[in-house]
Design a protein around this ligand. Structure first.
Ligand SMILES: [Zn+2]
Length: 159
């Protein structure tokens, strides 16, 4: 099973956290995950014990995901849309993430503006371009309850 973290988890805030709490958390996390700080930080790992830290990821990725999380959650509209996406994912309670695919491995349907990848059930995993713009990275099968994590490079302008 593949691990998946939400924007809230990357910032270590509750999904119900208020704007200022999220902003504070972001400012903290951006310092913690900044690639320049990494070597300094590992020397003092004991100061930052956290079993939930997705350390398996390369550090620059983590830094970018923290930035993306803030980019989405700082905007009321984007946050609302992202929450709706998460709710939708949760609604399929038996959905399990069983694999990961690269976005470049998926087929893009330009009419529907959807990224598709064949599921073993015969259906397709689907991630819409709209969801992608919210930093969504889980595609669910439109036929069965399986999901895949979609890997792609996050590119943001100024933090
Ligand atoms: Zn399926």
């Amino acid at each position: 099973m593949v691990e998946h973290f939400t924007h809230y988890q990357y910032l270590r805030v509750a999904p119900t956290a208020e704007y200022y709490a999220i902003k504070r958390a972001y400012q903290q996390r951006i310092l913690e995950t900044h690639p320049d700080k990494h070597s300094q930080r590992t020397a003092h790992t004991s100061a930052l014990p956290d079993a939930n830290e997705p350390f398996a990821e390369p550090h620059a990725d983590l830094f970018n995901k923290v930035r993306l999380a803030w980019h989405i959650l700082q905007s009321t509209d984007r946050r609302k849309a992202y929450d709706a996406y998460l709710k939708d994912l949760e609604a399929r309670t038996h959905g399990i993430i069983h694999d990961e695919v690269g976005l470049d491995e998926m087929d893009y349907d330009s009419d529907a503006e959807e990224y598709l990848y064949p599921c073993r059930c015969g259906g397709d995993y689907m991630l819409s371009r709209q969801d992608l713009a919210l930093g969504a990275d889980v595609a669910q099968c439109t036929t069965c309850s399986l999901r895949v994590v979609v890997e792609y490079q996050v590119e943001l302008d100024d933090p």
